[in-house]
Write a protein that binds this ligand. Structure first.
Ligand code: SF4
Ligand code: SF4
Length: 665
């Protein structure tokens, strides 16, 4: 063994030890968080890693930046062969991939191709950062220094690899015939004529030192995502985006009151902080941020990481935490303010866009829980809303006994569960369907369509209570779970096979979140249900009654991004409108929120432009006669928006169920 092998081994072991120490250090920080199971469904998780991680599926939602990033990522994967070769040579200098014979040429050629692509991508990344300066790379304390340093290190790894490949013929002449596959690096050989071995050693050591520096710089850099992004994708939620909740045991003395600081977050919420690339894709689509509110989902995640770095070492070391650090808290003016938290509409656009599957809404709601349940600190108007939910079982101030008023005037009596006991479909009307003067017409339309199709259904009537969605998203988990448990108990009394809902918030909560509370139901949205009735001709469309207007459709976040229902409402609209539908510029999974989700429906909007106006403008750009929706909250927000834009006479906001009823036989 030569002296240089010994130096390499010492350096390598030191670097590896330091890197392992840093990984274990961060693991101890994560262990401070609340527990959460993210290890089930191994097959689905691996599939996600293959698609989103290795396949870079979400990265390409921004095609140009996506291609640049994917080239660097895939390049790194392919170039592992060069790194491995160099590391083995560190121990045994006589090693070369050329020993693999003709096969080695595949590796050598791929090193030249992908090495060149990585260099071009790094140059473009620098050009983009310094010359194009896209908006989403700025703000939230994001600086160019870290990214530039990392890009320079990547460039150094590539250039030193090309240097080694251009000069290695002098060191390993026995593999010269295979080295011809270095069809790009071989053009550089002439530059080092006469001094190939000296330059080979310089490049080889440069390559090793840059890689070991890179490896140990990562845990201190935002580019730690190079290590954490694939695990983060693996650990991300499987199935619908539900909130991470645990059933509250009201008998227990200590219950979770929300996250005011990092140790009350789950370990996964803390891990998200280490996976963030600071790319700003989340913030660039956030309706709150776009309309001038103080919320930036990227900042939320960066703040979690920063606060973890500040406080976790002290907690792990069991040191007394200095008063100035303790008082800073995660939810405070030092990190995340109340105004940021209350601005969120829980629209999930940030989660949809994040290339490493970070879940912003969970920690936001955990922090809202802290504000509501631990600090009793929330906007004044919510006091009335919480009171109404507690006393009337609905956010509105109407008594429970008024829940059947919407049925008045209908030709056929709407069947009630208490009278029928057993039926096929439970039509969950929802609070808006029962009380909101405009949305009552949608409930009436659905009931008439069910009658036309002879569906054996019933409603809960005065027994129905708010599904708990708004209370939960507003941080009042006690209230949410009280409502949920009461509803589950009520439904246990009746026999039915599925629940039909008109409100996507009911769909999400009853369909995806009641399971934790013993309410495991098949829940369908009326877009799917009516769609089936129309397709099976149980409801027939009358050609003479077709709408024949310019219709655009607004995607509800809770129907689309949460439950992946995009096409059913569109299909129905096209069926009743001669196949015509105008799409807005932001549509489907890129659609903009109406501004009412996350309990924002019940809050005043005092900062910036109103989200519903921003969305209404999207709709009006299509010059429509009708804006169609599939959600009571969206209907309210867009109706208000159209009024505020002075277009109420020309443009009508309608649920597609109303359109189907209008054009049915
Ligand atoms: S859920 Fe929507 S409103 Fe909330 S942070 Fe994400 S993008 Fe912004
Ligand atoms: S949270 Fe995701 S989308 Fe937002 S900056 Fe971080 S990596 Fe990018």
């Amino acid at each position: 063994m030569h002296i240089q092998n010994i130096v390499f081994i010492v350096l390598f072991l030191a670097a590896l030890s330091l890197f392992t120490y840093n990984l274990l250090r961060i693991r101890t920080y994560l262990m401070l968080g609340r527990s959460e199971n993210r290890f089930s469904d191994v097959g689905k998780r691996v599939w996600k890693v293959l698609g989103i991680g290795i396949g870079q599926a979400k990265i390409f939602r921004d095609p140009v930046a996506g291609l640049m990033h994917a080239m660097i990522f895939w390049g790194f994967l392919v170039l592992i062969t060069a790194v491995l070769e160099a590391f083995i040579q560190g121990v045994y200098s006589g090693f070369s991939l050329g020993m693999l014979g003709a096969v080695s040429q595949v590796f050598f050629a791929s090193q030249d191709i992908f090495g060149s692509l990585v260099i071009l991508s790094v140059l473009y990344a620098l050009f983009r950062r310094y010359v194009l300066q896209p908006k989403r790379l700025k703000g939230d304390g994001n600086t160019n220094a870290d990214a530039t340093f990392i890009l320079c290190l990547i460039m150094g790894v590539m250039l030193s690899m090309f240097g080694v490949n251009a000069t290695k013929m002098a060191v390993h002449p026995e593999y010269a015939s295979y080295y011809k596959a270095h069809f790009i690096a071989s053009h550089l050989t002439g530059l080092f004529a006469g001094n190939e071995i000296t330059f080979y050693n310089i490049f080889w050591w440069g390559h090793i030192i840059i890689i070991l520096t890179f490896m140990n710089y990562l845990p201190y850099s935002k580019h730690f995502h190079i290590v954490t992004s694939l695990p983060n994708v693996y650990l991300s939620k499987i199935g619908p985006q539900t909130l991470d909740t645990e059933e509250i045991d009201f008998e227990k003395e200590e219950v979770f009151l929300g996250a005011g600081d990092i140790e009350q977050l789950t370990w996964k919420e803390m891990f998200d902080g280490y996976a963030c690339t600071e790319c700003g894709r989340c913030t660039s689509v956030c309706p709150a941020n776009l309309t001038g509110k103080p919320l930036s989902p990227r900042k939320i995640i960066m703040d979690i990481r920063e606060r973890t770095s500040e406080k976790a070492p002290l907690l792990v070391g069991k040191q007394e935490i200095p008063a100035d650090i303790e008082s800073k808290k995660l939810v405070s003016e030092h990190y995340i303010t109340d105004a940021e938290l209350w601005a969120c509409t829980s629209c999930m656009a940030c989660v949809q866009e994040c290339p490493v599957n970070i879940e912003h809404v969970n920690p936001i709601v955990d922090m809202r829980r802290f504000l509501v349940q631990s600090e009793s600190r929330f906007p004044d108007e919510l006091l009335t809303v919480f009171g109404n939910m507690e006393n009337n079982g609905a956010p509105w101030a109407y008594p429970q006994s008024d829940r059947l008023k919407w049925t008045e005037g209908l030709e056929a009596k709407v069947p009630v569960a208490a009278e029928k006991q057993e039926f096929d479909v439970l039509y969950w009307v929802g609070c808006a369907g029962a009380f909101d003067a405009r949305y009552q017409n949608v409930s009436r339309s659905v009931a008439q369509l069910l009658d036309k199709a002879h569906v054996n259904y019933a409603i809960l009537g005065t027994e129905e209570k708010c599904n708990g969605d708004s209370a939960r998203r507003l941080g009042n988990e006690f209230l949410a779970q009280t409502l949920i448990k009461e509803n589950v108990e009520t439904m246990k009394k009746y026999k039915f096979s599925k629940i039909l809902v008109s409100c996507p918030h009911c769909l999400q909560t009853i369909g995806n979140e009641y399971k934790e509370f013993g309410g495991n139901y098949e829940v369908v949205h009326h877009s799917e249900f009516i769609g089936e009735l129309v397709n099976s001709k149980k409801i027939e469309i009358d050609d003479t009654k077709k709408i024949d207007k310019k219709i655009t459709y607004h995607d509800s976040c809770y129907l689309g991004r949460y439950n992946d229902i995009y096409e059913e409402p569109r299909d129905l609209i096209k069926q009743v409108n001669n196949g015509e539908l105008e799409e807005m510029k932001r549509t489907k999974d890129r659609g903009l929120c109406c501004g009412a989700g996350g309990g924002r429906m019940w809050m005043e909007e005092k900062i910036g432009k109103k989200v519903n106006i921003e969305r209404t403008e999207d709709a009006l750009e299509t010059n429509p006669d009708v804006i169609s929706t599939a959600c009571p909250f969206c209907m309210t927000m867009l109706t208000d928006g159209v009024k505020e834009k002075g277009k109420a006479e020309e443009v009508k906001v309608k649920d597609f169920a109303e359109l189907v009823l209008e054009s049915s036989k």
